[in-house]
Design a protein around this ligand. Structure first.
Ligand code: TYC
Length: 112
């Protein structure tokens, strides 16, 4: 992406209008990132949450167990940060797995 500045020059009575376009700084905007959040509840088994974190967030067992415990104790935790499309997919995967297993586990996303 580029940003352009339009300069109008040469507007004397003996000349026609002369326009030049010069490129100033290159403008690259990074896409926004989204936090995926896991919420605690009283019913979802700890092992299921650990399994979900391993399966959909590429964590090893120790990492998954640690994050699960953080959610259990604090009520909520960020489990990853992704582009909008990837975050949406992760949330859908977690919510679908929870629904299939009839657990009330909740997962949401929030713009960083
Ligand atoms: N609090 C649940 C229990 O005691 C465990 C749990 C952890 C549930 C994390 C959800 O996101 C969660 N069985």
């Amino acid at each position: 992406m580029s940003e352009w500045t339009h300069i109008m020059a040469g507007k004397g009575d003996d000349e026609g209008d002369t326009s030049v376009i010069v490129q100033t700084r290159p403008k690259t905007k990074r896409p926004p990132l989204y936090k995926v959040l896991m919420l605690n509840d009283d019913y979802t088994p700890m092992e299921f949450v650990v399994h979900v974190l391993e399966r959909f967030f590429g964590m090893n067992h120790a990492q998954a167990f640690e994050i699960m415990l953080t959610v259990h104790k604090k009520g909520i935790a960020v489990v990853g940060v992704f582009s909008h499309e990837i975050a949406e997919t992760k949330v859908a995967q977690v919510m679908d797995a929870a629904r299939r297993h009839q657990h009330p586990l909740q997962c949401t996303m929030e713009r960083e």
